[in-house]
Structures are given as C-alpha cells and as structure tokens.
Design a protein around this ligand. Sequence first.
Ligand code: SF4
Length: 220
Amino acid sequence: MQNIVLFKILGFSELYTEGESPVHRLYRIKSLARRCKRCQLHTTRTQTVFGFGNIASRVMVIGEAPGANEDLYGKPFIGKAGERFTSILREYGIERDRDFYITNVVKCRPPKNRDPRPEEIEACKPYLIVQIEIIRPLLFLALGRYSATWLLGSRQNVQMKEIRGKILISRFDVPMIATYHPSAIDHARSHAQRDFYEKAFREDLRLFAEKIKELQKNLL
Ligand code: SF4
C-alpha cells in the first residue's frame, strides 16, 4: 500500500525499515509516536494514545482524537462515549479487543477536546498510514466526520447524515461504514436530537457488526 518513497516524501522515513515484521514495526512506531513533536498537540498531551486491539482482525475503527480519559490512561475510547460504543457492540456479539483494532486520526488530545485541526491531522497522518499498512483492513468504521472525511479522501468535511447507514468505499478501496462519534449523543442539544443520534448510532453499529461477522466467516 505504501512504501519507503512515500515516507521519505512525508519526511518520515524512520517509520519504515525494510524486512521488519509488522508486529515489531507497530511497536517501534508506537514508541516513536510517544516522543513525537510533529505538531503542537505534543505541548498539551499527557501521553500519546496510539491504538489498541487485534492487529490480525483485518478490521479497523478510526475515531477523531483522544479525550481526557484516553490522554490520562493511554488507551483509545475508554471514557463515557467509548463505554457506550463498547457495550452496544457487545450486544451485537462484537468484542473490541478481539474483533478489531481501534485508533484515532490524531494521537494526542486536543486541548479542551476541541476538534483536530487540518494541520494536526496532516502531521499525524504517517502514523495512521503505517497502522493501516500493517493491519491491512478489509473493513473500516469511521467514528465522526473528521475520520470519515479522511477515510473518504474528501477535500470538504462530509455531512454524516448523508453518508451514514450504508457501505461506502474508502480511499484505500476498502469498504467502510461511517457513523456519528459516540460523544455526539452526550452533546445533543435536545431529547429529540439525542434519540436521533442514538438510533442512528445503534443502526450503524449493527451494520458494522454484521459485516465483521461476514468477514470473519470468509476469512476462516
Ligand atoms: S498528534 Fe500526532 S503528529 Fe501531533 S504530536 Fe501527537 S503523535 Fe505527533
């Protein structure tokens, strides 16, 4: 998918060592990310939140950025929104640490949980590309519009209501599903909006769970 030429162009050739095993490479770049200063988010983070899960699952979930709990404990999607995500998937028979690998488009928490900026997403992109190259996903789930925009390779921020609930094709020619970030439910401005987000989120996760199970059958 990617190669040393691309990483040299990105000014990030140290992410790529020829002949290295995927597992070793993932650990090595994780330790590079730990001391990364490629964007301003390094000044306010407690620690980088690189990613977690089963790298052999061939399924990848990509969120937007770590929040307060993630920044504190170093693991993605462990706050209130992450717990909601995990428990809904469990209802559909999917376990996060077994059935997919999860990460974010930026690995450090933006101050006060603001949205990640384009230059931060761009600076952090090489880590995500290496993760994708190692995991070789056959299915993506994008949580939130920044992740969906990036995975679709769109120049404009996508409108989630227009793309959710169906199978899309990502910039990597791999199927993807996009849905609202789970924190959207907590930040809803009314009961009606909260109900709308929750219903949509559940429908999209059910579709994601079905696709994971199909994929697992095909990989047997
Ligand atoms: S967000 Fe990414 S690019 Fe920015 S400092 Fe953290 S690891 Fe480096």
